[in-house]
Design a protein. Structure first.
Ligand code: PLP
Length: 421
């Protein structure tokens, strides 16, 4: 459920008409609903009720400072995958002891940053990373709390580019080698082993892969404890999917996901961490664009929008589906017409949808992409020297720009000429 509904024929973000935001900030823009972020976070809180747990918001899904500080105010921890994201979490007021650091390629600088600034744990992904983290921690006269990310060789049945738990994927260490790797970790003086981490992919719409992976983690917990390791925290990753297509059957609910967690690892007495991103931020955001032209092609009609693949890359990159709706509701009974919905970028890949049925659209009409709050603004670029688009946050009947559109001078002046020019 989200808070983007039609009122009096106009799509609203909570109590603010999208048309009002468009008039104030210009299109295209992203708009996020505070109430939707809150609601999704609360769903996970309810799902894990009764377990000692921490919900670490996956910063990579939406890293705007306003979103992060709202999540922090709800009590969320943060899952970061770079030094930049670590800095964003800290800047949003999240204490180091609520930040977990994931990712296959942590650099020494990033390790130092987190050890000095405070960290809940590093989710370590390889033996060379372990050796380096141990050395960096010792140099700083401290000990790094770690979990080891295990790769359970489970097919998450999601898009290949966001599946992370199969043996051919670059993530984690093979679960079959876990005992050996934990023995190595325990022997390194700069590390303190505290638990196990697993994350099998993103946009999972079936609970079975979670169940399989978490069952393997439970077995591993018993084995590692028998080997003498302290396993007191399980980080179960993120990945629960959202309904991008309203007409499709809905993916499992957080409460059902929570039941899987309780059933598979609930008896172990571990503190549970999860790292949801998309399910919290995805349906909490819209991308709003305006129609530049309606172009009648030889065998199809094109809606050419002022948003493009550089603003929302998911359709071009993953073939992803987004619901696309008019901001001003069509008259009841208006006939639907198929359109190819595209941006102005000079690539055929700059296509959001093909032959999508919409009520008739005219020049300057506003169009909204649903489910654009995750992996939208964070993956945008300035390709074609198109400025990063503004982000707006709504709360009840108020809205605020939370990242302004840069000027073209800002963009151009970031480049500098070499001294010989
Ligand atoms: C991407 C990622 C997440 C978040 O995934 P969602 O599908 O957005 O929930 C969580 N943990 C790790 C390690 C990730 O790489």
């Amino acid at each position: 459920m989200d808070h983007f509904l039609y009122q009096d024929g106009i799509l609203h973000a909570e109590d603010v008409p999208i048309t009002e935001i468009a008039a104030a900030v210009g299109t295209p823009f992203y708009v996020y609903s505070t109430a939707t972020l809150t609601r999704h976070f609360q769903l996970f809180q309810e799902a894990l009720d009764g377990l000692d747990h921490l919900i670490c918001f996956a910063v990579k899904s939406n890293s705007n400072q306003a979103v992060l500080s709202h999540m922090a105010s709800l009590g969320a921890g943060m899952d970061v995958v770079s030094g930049g994201e670590y800095r964003r979490a800290k800047a949003a007021g999240v204490p180091g002891e609520r930040i977990v650091f994931s990712g296959v390629g942590k650099t020494e600088e990033e390790m130092r940053l987190a050890l000095e600034g405070g960290i809940r744990q590093f989710n370590v992904e390889s033996e060379p990373e372990m050796a380096r983290l141990s050395r960096v921690a010792m140099e700083l006269g401290t000990v790094a709390p770690i979990t080891v990310r295990v790769n359970p060789d489970v097919d998450a049945k999601t898009h290949a580019k966001i599946a992370t738990g199969r043996k051919e994927d670059k993530f984690g260490i093979p679960i079959a080698r876990a005992r050996e790797v934990y023995a190595l970790a325990a022997s390194l003086p700069g590390l303190e082993v505290i638990g196990i981490d697993v994350h099998i992919g993103s946009q999972l719409t079936d609970l079975d892969p979670f169940e399989t992976a978490y069952t393997k983690v439970a077995e591993l917990t018993e084995q590692l404890r028998a080997d003498g390791h302290t396993i007191r925290r399980l980080d179960l990753g993120g990945g629960l999917g959202i309904p991008y297509e309203r007409s499709n059957t809905a993916p499992p609910l957080p409460i059902e996901y929570g039941a899987v967690i309780k059933r598979t690892v609930g008896h172990l007495g571990c503190e549970i961490e999860i790292e949801p991103g998309r399910l919290i931020s995805g349906n909490a955001g819209l991308l709003v664009a305006s129609t530049i032209y309606v172009k009648n092609g030889e065998d199809r009609d094109f809606l050419i929008l002022d948003a493009a693949m550089n603003d929302l890359i998911r359709p071009a990159m993953y073939g992803a589906y987004h619901d696309i709706v008019p901001v001003v509701e069509a008259a009841p009974g208006a006939e639907q017409t198929p359109y190819d919905i595209v941006g102005p970028v000079c690539e055929s890949g700059d296509t959001f949808a093909k032959q999508r049925n919409l009520p008739p659209v005219a020049e300057a009409d506003l169009i909204a992409f649903r489910s654009a709050g995750a992996y939208g603004a964070v993956m945008s670029s300035e390709y074609n020297t198109r400025a990063l688009i503004p982000e707006v946050m709504v709360k009840d009947d108020q809205f605020a720009v939370i990242r302004a559109r840069p000027s073209f001078d800002d963009m151009i002046n970031r480049d500098t000429l070499p001294p010989w020019a």
